[in-house]
Design a protein around this ligand. Structure first.
Ligand SMILES: Cc1cc2nc3c(=O)[nH]c(=O)nc-3n(C[C@H](O)[C@H](O)[C@H](O)COP(=O)(O)O)c2cc1C
Length: 504
């Protein structure tokens, strides 16, 4: 064991990096006999069918309340398409994407007691678009205590809790699944943010809570499933619930004295190590506002100023886009236009430009100051090929390398053609050491959820513009930095490919 151990978050990240060597040595066969089911069933409970409330113009009164809840859940995590496998089995895809279509995230609703939903615990059942009330007692004050009396729970009546069923993703991706679980959940958080705007809710994000207490509250088997985010849902039609912004992230401990952890046990060890207990609770470190990077005098700088994407009257086109979104399976290789890339960046990073369309100008993230964006441009009309840093505050692209990287991108994305044929490949990165210094090991969760959240905005903007888009969770980590010139202290979190969909 090395004398000076890095934190468990950095250890986990190093241990789960892909390289040509690690892929060759760790190749394993998938256990098809134990393929996980992506749905959780409750045998006992009261079922509330949300299907009848999905269609039609928004109504007043109780019918309208049901419509809002039904649409919020369907737009965020509903089954939007049924496909048949070669053997004739039905496979369902959802409004939120998920690595490998494994859907490790479960969604629960907790009610404090409303005319619609009596107090208790509800599980969202996407396969029947219903919620099942599996526990019918008042649990709100237990939730408040578990969230360390987060102020947004004082005035809200409903909360969504996201959990992860680890095996669903680990079945295929082993220990590296932890990254994809939080990326997937970040996409879902992005959908919840936008679907809430459509249905007059405002989700407040809480990532810092007493893990064991929330797990117990939901009666989870904590060896299989764990709470990862709590989102009190403010009802914007009730003036008392128009709440100020509140902290989203709390720090955990930083663990450096961990034992040798065998492969296959790293994910669960790491999850345990990132938990918060009351004893860990510290005040939140204020987030320093930092400037954009790479402002070198002689590098090529290109403004990304753009007109806002039009989401239609009452955000109808946003809702349609959420239902229609699919990950693109192949690109034609044709170029994007610079105006298209700029519009994608505008929607993703400049939410304040969408206030006129009644979208949230300051949606909750855990800490976007920790995340950087780099874009490898292989085919964007009006933009030189190369690798660029995206400066969100200045709203400009700053070129850090000049080259066509198509061949290299194919390699970096584990030989997936999506990387080669995309017009632009976007990388989210973070200085992991700096992030751990600020938030402890739990920051690993926050970083991946924030990257997924940004990824979902990119996905929806691309689909709205008729472009292709797909996340990529598997890549040769270190090679990305080496090849594209991204500083080595920037850990690569996630890749989003953007291009013109192939017609075939
Ligand atoms: C975190 C994440 C990682 C992904 N990684 C890949 C990938 O490496 N290659 C790929 O072809 N698709 C990838 N996808 C896309 C999924 O395969 C896709 O979301 C899933 O099959 C469901 O299809 P849908 O997005 O069309 O609903 C990824 C999606 C997410 C959210």
């Amino acid at each position: 064991m090395p004398e000076l151990q890095v934190s468990i978050a950095r250890h986990y990240h190093e241990r789960t990096k892909y390289s040509p060597q690690s892929i060759a040595s760790k190749s394993h066969s998938i256990d098809w006999a134990n393929q996980p089911v992506p749905f959780k069933e409750y045998k006992i409970g009261t079922v509330y069918d949300l299907k009848p409330h999905l269609m039609g113009d928004l109504q007043n009164g109780e019918a309208g309340e049901w419509q809002r809840l039904s649409r919020l859940l369907y737009d965020s995590y509903g089954l939007t398409v049924k496909m048949l496998t070669m053997s004739g089995e039905a496979v369902y895809l959802r409004s939120a994407p998920s690595a490998g279509g494994l859907y490790p995230t479960e969604l629960y609703v907790i009610s404090r007691g409303t005319p619609l939903l009596p107090a208790g615990l509800y599980s969202y059942q996407p396969q029947s678009h219903s919620i099942v009330r599996f526990w019918d007692s008042q649990v709100w004050s237990t939730l408040q205590a578990a969230c360390f009396w987060h102020p947004t729970l004082d005035n809200t009546q409903l909360a969504i809790v996201l959990t992860a069923v680890f095996y669903r993703s680990a079945w295929r991706y082993q220990d590296r699944a932890y990254r994809r679980i939080f990326l997937d959940s970040g996409h879902l958080i992005g959908n919840l943010e936008l679907a809430s705007a459509i249905t007059d809710y405002r989700p407040h994000l809480i990532g810092g809570f007493h893990d064991a207490a929330v797990n117990e509250l939901l009666y989870l088997d904590a060896t299989q499933e764990g709470a990862i985010a709590v989102l009190p849902l403010a009802d914007l039609l009730d003036v008392r619930q128009n709440l100020p912004l509140a902290p989203t992230a709390l720090p955990s401990a930083t663990q450096t004295d961990y034992p040798d952890i065998p492969d296959g046990e790293l994910l669960s060890y790491f999850h345990q190590a990132t938990q918060i207990t009351t004893a860990d609770l510290r005040t939140i470190a204020p987030t320093a506002l930092i400037d954009d990077k790479y402002n070198f005098p002689f590098c090529l700088k290109v403004s990304t100023a753009s007109a806002a994407i039009d989401w239609g009257e009452n955000l109808t086109m946003l809702e349609t886009t959420m239902h229609q979104r699919r990950s693109t399976r192949a690109y034609s290789g044709a170029a994007l236009k610079l105006a298209e890339l700029n519009a994608l960046l505008d929607f993703t990073y400049q939410p304040q430009h969408y206030i006129d369309q009644e979208l949230d100008p300051t949606p909750d993230y855990f800490d976007l100051n920790l995340i950087e964006t780099f874009i490898a441009v292989s085919g964007v009309d009006g933009l030189e090929e190369g690798c660029y840093y995206y400066a969100p505050k200045a709203q400009e692209l700053r070129q850090i390398r000049f080259k066509n990287f198509r061949r290299e991108l194919h390699f970096l994305c584990l030989q997936q053609n999506l990387g080669r044929d995309a017009g632009a490949v976007l990388f989210h990165t973070a200085d992991l050491q700096k992030a751990v210094d600020q938030y402890g090991d739990r920051v690993y969760r926050y970083l991946h959820m924030d990257a997924g959240h940004l990824g979902q905005r990119l996905n929806l903007a691309a689909i709205r513009l008729g472009l292709g888009v797909s996340g990529i969770g598997g890549f040769f980590d270190d090679a990305v930095n080496e090849v594209l010139g991204i500083p080595s202290d920037e850990a690569v979190l996630y890749i989003t490919t953007l291009g013109r969909p192939s017609q075939a």
